[in-house]
Design a protein around this ligand. Structure first.
Ligand code: URA
Length: 280
C-alpha cells in the first residue's frame, strides 16, 4: 500500500489492481466468458474440469480454471452497457483478449423458439455506452473466429442455434417495448414489430458494447444467448438456460483454443476452415 496520490484518469486500488474488478495483470486467462449475473459465474464454471474464484467486487465476480486442458476464465459484467464498458476496459488492461458474452435473450422471429441459442454476428447499438466511443455509423460486429467457435460448439453439443443480428438495448422495459411500471408506455413501443420486419433475431443488453469495444481495442468479441422470452408469441420460459450456457461456453473455449493453436502453428493471421479440414 502506498500513500502517493493516484491518478483520477486511471483509477486503481492502493495495491495497483483494477479499481472496479479488483483484478491484476495475468490473473485471468486470455479467453473470458462474460455472463451478466455474478451468480452465473460459478454456474458456468460447473462445466469446467477445475475452477477457483479469483475476485468478487461489486457486480464483478471472476473465476479461472481449465477445461480439457485449456485455460478458461469468466467474469460477470452486470446488466447492460455501462457496467459492461467497465468490465471490458479493465479485463483488457489485465491482458484478456477474447471476450465471449453468454446470456439470455428475447427472440424476435417466428422460427426462433424458447431454449434455442442465438449467436450474434452484429448488434444494433442501442446499448447506451458506446456512443461515447464511436459515431452511430460505426458497426458493432462480432469476431468471425469467436462466431465460428460458437457455431462449432453448438454443433458438437446438438444445440438448436440461429445466426444473425441482435439489438442491444440500454433498458429492459421501455427500450424492449415492454410496458413499464403502472403500464407506462415509453418512446419505443413499436420495436418488436420493426425489428421482426428487419430480420433482427433478438433483444439483449450487452453484445453491442462487447463488439464495439473489442473492435476499437483490436481484440475479439463474440456473443451467444439462450432464448427465454419469445416476443413473437409472448411466452416466457427461463428454465434450463444456465446449464446450456455452461456447456456452450466451455466447449466454445476449447474449440477456439484449437483454432488458435492451428492458426499460429501454420503462421496464418486469420483462421480459415481449411486449417482443420473435416477434423476439428
Ligand atoms: N434479456 C433481455 O435483454 N431481454 C429479454 O427479453 C430476455 C433476456
Amino acid at each position: 500500500m502506498t500513500d502517493a496520490p493516484r491518478r483520477a484518469d486511471r483509477p486503481a486500488t492502493g495495491t495497483g489492481r483494477q479499481y472496479h474488478l479488483d483484478l491484476a495483470e495475468g490473473e485471468l486467462g486470455p479467453t473470458v466468458l462474460l455472463p451478466g449475473d455474478p451468480f452465473r459465474v460459478p454456474a458456468l464454471a460447473a462445466a469446467w474440469d477445475t475452477a477457483r474464484e479469483v475476485a468478487h467486487h461489486r457486480e464483478y465476480r471472476a473465476m479461472r480454471g481449465t477445461y480439457r486442458g485449456v485455460d478458461i476464465s469468466a467474469c460477470s459484467t452486470g446488466i447492460g452497457g455501462p457496467s459492461t464498458e467497465i468490465a471490458i476496459n479493465e479485463l483488457a488492461a489485465i491482458g484478456c483478449s477474447s471476450f465471449l458474452r453468454l446470456g439470455t435473450t428475447g427472440g424476435l422471429q417466428p422460427h426462433i423458439r424458447s431454449g434455442d441459442v442465438v449467436i450474434s454476428t452484429g448488434a444494433v447499438r442501442w446499448d447506451g455506452a458506446t456512443p461515447s466511443y464511436a459515431p452511430p455509423e460505426f458497426p458493432a460486429v462480432a469476431s468471425h473466429e469467436l462466431t465460428i467457435a460458437l457455431m462449432e460448439a453448438c454443433e458438437r453439443l446438438g444445440l438448436t442455434y440461429h445466426l444473425g443480428l441482435s439489438a442491444s438495448t440500454g433498458s429492459f422495459y421501455a427500450a424492449q417495448s415492454r410496458p413499464a411500471f403502472g403500464g407506462y408506455i415509453g418512446l419505443d413501443a413499436d420495436r418488436v414489430e420493426r425489428l421482426t420486419a428487419m430480420g433482427v433475431c433478438n433483444f439483449e443488453m450487452e453484445a453491442a458494447t462487447v463488439f464495439t469495444l473489442t473492435s476499437l481495442f483490436r481484440l475479439r468479441g463474440g456473443a451467444a444467448c439462450v432464448v427465454i422470452a419469445d416476443r413473437f408469441r409472448n411466452e416466457f420460459r427461463p428454465e434450463g438456460a444456465e446449464e446450456k450456457l455452461a456447456r456452450l461456453g466451455a466447449e466454445a473455449t476449447a474449440v477456439l483454443a484449437g483454432m488458435d493453436q492451428r492458426r499460429s502453428a501454420t503462421g496464418h493471421r486469420w483462421y480459415v476452415p481449411s486449417l482443420h479440414g473435416s477434423e476439428a
